[in-house]
Each structure stands twice: as structure tokens, then as C-alpha cells.
Design a protein around this ligand. Structure first.
Ligand SMILES: [Ca+2]
Ligand SMILES: [Ca+2]
Ligand SMILES: [Ca+2]
Ligand SMILES: [Ca+2]
Length: 501
């Protein structure tokens, strides 16, 4: 199918308001951020100029049972159907990363975290700021970040040093197993003694209040814990993600990607699985301290795999009751083309070695078709909820350089979760109707597949919906960008599990 078929019935679309807004650069479910029992979603316009040139913006759109127009006009968001938030200053790039981070402050409504990776604290350059907006029942048409004072609106998390470059934000689940959800922030260019080793910080939720500005330099083991990259240039924290509860001990675990880690081969990359635990945490832990009991390290297979280009967790796609994880990498073919590969590791009770190559532990490989060797970074993959109504979550992998419609129009492959994966390797261009399907981008250079998320169930029909970003579309103006919602459907989409019965 094509995104152009989204007609209001099977899904809908929304387009950037202005030239080069890059709507759809980041997309995320927003939980139920207005507490009306229907899931909501969020889309960023990285280069929106409302708060200053390239300050960026995030649009939050409320789910509804009343249906959506084929083309949702973002200028109609008035606080009743959604709202927008603009970055505070020129070149902040607010909306670089967005995540539903669960209920951090314990009031029963989830929070939404939004990162401005190039925002600056006065006196610092490019340290990056993450805004945590408290979920609540009512919003104005435009929410102002300047109102976030720790008590009202939300709070802000500032990088400690110039150039730390906040890179990604995600839920950490309930990492320290108290009563509150936690979040994780990556700062890929942090220098913990060595340049660009990178870092990640888990920030603990609490009902005891937050300061207006939480400085990552003040993380002390009680309000959170820092994880330092191992070697200069590793860029640990390039991506971060909750992993669900891998060990089954009731605490959430997290993944930290260091895509240029080179212990196995040059830039083969590494992903650190860090186990959450209810304990007094130290202020900081070096990722080389993982010993198999407190976490473990997975390394890429070959040079320039950039293991950890995309991470996803907290979903059980083989329906065995244990959370699984998805870790993506890029491979070079001998003919100077390349392809993306997602490794799926099914949850299991085995203890893991402190460090091993990911191909040893992966249970399922999903490969995209061969693509030109272009910039590998503009790509996404992850678990996307239950799209086909069989109550088993599904996954999607992007192919932003797919050129079936036009040069780099892009594509996304949905692969259904199943109790009965018959193969340990799936090629996305050879999926049968019972294994999944393909969605093609609309036009030349749209780059569909660069941002992928579940939307949650935004039309409230009991089946999760798929949210895709294509930030280079020209539907309203050059590179205004678009986001697409495809409603999950138990009739249209074949059911791999039932078909195998
Ligand atoms: Ca809602
Ligand atoms: Ca809350
Ligand atoms: Ca599983
Ligand atoms: Ca739905």
C-alpha cells in the first residue's frame, strides 16, 4: 500500500505548515496526555521557525472516537483537539526526540518528554535541553515552555557541559522499582575524561517535586544515575531506550547505544543492556563495569555496523510472556551498497556473558533490501504495538532510501509478531501476506521510514495504530514534511498467528 491511500477511513495524514519545517522528523505516541482515556500522539517539526529560526516545534494531537479528516490541518489545533509547543530560541531544534515517559510525578497522568538537542543554557553552547511536560486534563492552543517551573507545566533537564549534545530521550520504565516511572537521556558528545565517549542518564520519577532546572551535573544517585561511555569517540547515548523488564525482577531495564564503539571492529558499535534495580545507586557508573549480573554488552559483527542505530523494547512479539528487544544496525555489501538489519532478541532467563557479539544471542534477523550507501543515520525501526488485532505486538523497519515510487521516496515494512516465527531470518521484500506488509512513500525524496512509532490507539477501536514520519515531503511546500497514521485493523491485515493454525 501507499501513504497516498490514507483516506480518513483506513488512516489519515498531516503536513508541515511551512517550507522546510521537517514535520515528522520525530514521532511518538503521547500516552494519554490529556487524561480522557484515549491515546494521543506527537509529531515534531524540527526546523519550525515560530520560536526563532529552526527553533523547532512539537504538535500533540489528541485521539478521538469522532474520526479524523483525511488531512488534519495543524493550524486548527486549539487546545480541544490538540496543541502545539514551540522551541524557545533560534536553532534549538526542539523536537529532535520525543517520548511518552510514563507517569514521572505520580499524579496518574503520563508525561511527555521533548528534547531540544541544540538548545543552550546561558553561558553554555550546544549542551542540549530536555523538557518534561506534565500530563494534565486541559491545555491552551499553544503551550509555552517558559511556564515550566518544576511545579507547573513541567521541568527542564539541562546538559552539564557545553557541547554535550543531548541526543535521545526515552522511557526507562520503572528502573529503580519504586512507585514512579523513570526516563533516560543520552548525551552522545559528553566527555567523561575522554572526548565524545558519551553518556546516558536515568532520571528517577518522584512525587516530591522537581526543580525548574535539573542540571545533569547534579545527578547524585538519589535523583538519578549517570552511565559513562567506555572510550573516546564511542558516542554512548546516541540512542537510548527502555528495554522492558528483561530479568523479570519487576524493575525496568534500559539499553544505551554507542554506535561508534570499536572494541570488536572499527565502529562496529555496541549496545549496553543495564539492569534496573531497587537499591541505592551511585552517582555514576562506567559502562565497562557491566559484568553480566548488573547488565551486559552486545557488540556489532563487522566494521561500520553502527550497532544501535535504532533501539526498541518493552514488547513481547513472540507471545511467550517475556519482553523482547530490537536492535538495528547497518551492513555494507561487497558491491558498495548497504542494508539495514534489525536483530530481535527474545526475552529469556539465561544469564548473559558480560560481553558478546550480537549475532550469538539474536533469535530473529530482519533485513531490508539492498540500498545505496548513503548517510546511514536517517533511519528508524521498532516495535509498533498490535496492528492486526491478534493481541501480539508487531514491529516495523524503515527503508528510507527505497526508490520504488521515486528516488528515496522511502518505505516501511511491518512484520507481524507471532508465536510461530518459522524462520530465524526474514527478508522484508519477500514477506508473505501472513508475515507482514509494505507501505510506500508518496513521492520523490520523501524518506518514509526515517521515523516510526506506535501511535497508541488514537481512534479508540481497541487496535493500536501506526505513526510514520516523512520529514522531506513537499505536500504543502518544499520539505514541509508529513506524518501518517495508519489505523490498525483486524480485517485488512492478515493474521500470521491464526493463519498458521
Ligand atoms: Ca487522550
Ligand atoms: Ca504525571
Ligand atoms: Ca517474548
Ligand atoms: Ca486503533
Amino acid at each position: 500500500m501507499s501513504v497516498n491511500e490514507l483516506d480518513g477511513e483506513i488512516g489519515f495524514m498531516t503536513h508541515g505548515e511551512n517550507r522546510t519545517d521537517w514535520l515528522g522528523f520525530a514521532v511518538s505516541d503521547a500516552g494519554d496526555v490529556n487524561d480522557d482515556n484515549i491515546d494521543d500522539f506527537a509529531v515534531s517539526a524540527l526546523n519550525h521557525d515560530g520560536g526563532g529560526e529552526d527553533a523547532g516545534a512539537v504538535y500533540v494531537i489528541f485521539g478521538t472516537e469522532q474520526g479524523f479528516n483525511t488531512n488534519l490541518d495543524l493550524s486548527t489545533l486549539d487546545g480541544s483537539n490538540g496543541f502545539m509547543i514551540m522551541g524557545e530560541a533560534t536553532e534549538d531544534q526542539f523536537g529532535h526526540s520525543i517520548s511518552n515517559v510514563g507517569d514521572i510525578n505520580g499524579d496518574g497522568v503520563n508525561e511527555l518528554a521533548m528534547m531540544a538537542n541544540e538548545a543552550e543554557t546561558p553561558g553554555l553552547v550546544d549542551n542540549g535541553i530536555t523538557y518534561v511536560m506534565f500530563g494534565r486534563q486541559s491545555y491552551p492552543a499553544v503551550v509555552s515552555l517558559s511556564t515550566f517551573d518544576g511545579s507547573h507545566g513541567g521541568f527542564t533537564i539541562h546538559g552539564k557541559f557545553a557541547g554535550d549534545r543531548a541526543s535521545d530521550v526515552s522511557s526507562a520504565g520503572n528502573f529503580n522499582a519504586d512507585n514512579f516511572n523513570d526516563l533516560i537521556i543520552g548525551t552522545q558528545a559528553h566527555d567523561p575524561g575522554v572526548t565524545n565517549a558519551g553518556a546516558a542518564y536515568v532520571i528517577f520519577g518522584t512525587d516530591q517535586g522537581f526543580p525548574a532546572i535539573l542540571d545533569l551535573g547534579d545527578i547524585n544517585g538519589t535523583n538519578g544515575v549517570a552511565f559513562w561511555g567506555e572510550n573516546g569517540g564511542d558516542i554512548a547515548g546516541y540512542k537510548v531506550s527502555g528495554a522492558g523488564d528483561i530479568g523479570g525482577d519487576g524493575s525496568g531495564d534500559v539499553m544505551i547505544a554507542a554506535i561508534k564503539e570499536s572494541s570488536h571492529a572499527t565502529q562496529s558499535g555496541a549496545v549496553y543492556m543495564v539492569f534496573g534495580k531497587r537499591q541505592q545507586w551511585p552517582a555514576a557508573i562506567s559502562l565497562d563495569m557491566l559484568d553480566g549480573n548488573n547488565g551486559y554488552k552486545l557488540t556489532g559483527e563487522e566494521e561500520f555496523n553502527l550497532l544501535g542505530l535504532a533501539l526498541s523494547g518493552s514488547s513481547d512479539i513472540n507471545n511467550d510472556g517475556k519482553d523482547d528487544v530490537l536492535i538495528a544496525a547497518r551492513f555494507n555489501n561487497p558491491d558498495s551498497t548497504s542494508y539495514y538489519q534489525a536483530y530481535i532478541i527474545f526475552g529469556k532467563d539465561n544469564t548473559m556473558a558480560p560481553s558478546q557479539s550480537i549475532d550469538v544471542v539474536a533469535d530473529l534477523l530482519i533485513k531490508t533490501p539492498s540500498i545505496p550507501s548513503s548517510s546511514p543515520y536517517n533511519f528508524d525501526a521498532g516495535f509498533v504495538g498490535n496492528l492486526n488485532g491478534d493481541n501480539i505486538p508487531d514491529l516495523a523497519i524503515g527503508d528510507p532510501y527505497n526508490s520504488e515510487v521515486g528516488n528515496y521516496s522511502g518505505a516501511v515494512y511491518v512484520v507481524y509478531g507471532s508465536q510461530t516465527f518459522v524462520s530465524t531470518e526474514l527478508l522484508t521484500d519477500q514477506l508473505s501476506d501472513t508475515e507482514g506488509f509494505k507501505i510506500l512513500g508518496g513521492n520523490w525524496n520523501d524518506r518514509l521510514g526515517s521515523a516510526i512509532s506506535t501511535a497508541g490507539d488514537v481512534n479508540h477501536d481497541g487496535i493500536d495504530d501506526l505513526l510514520l514520519g516523512a520529514h522531506m515531503t513537499d505536500n504543502t511546500d518544499t520539505d514541509a514534511g508529513s506524518a501518517y497514521i495508519l489505523f490498525g485493523n483486524d480485517v485488512i491485515f492478515a493474521d500470521a498467528f491464526e493463519a498458521s493454525q
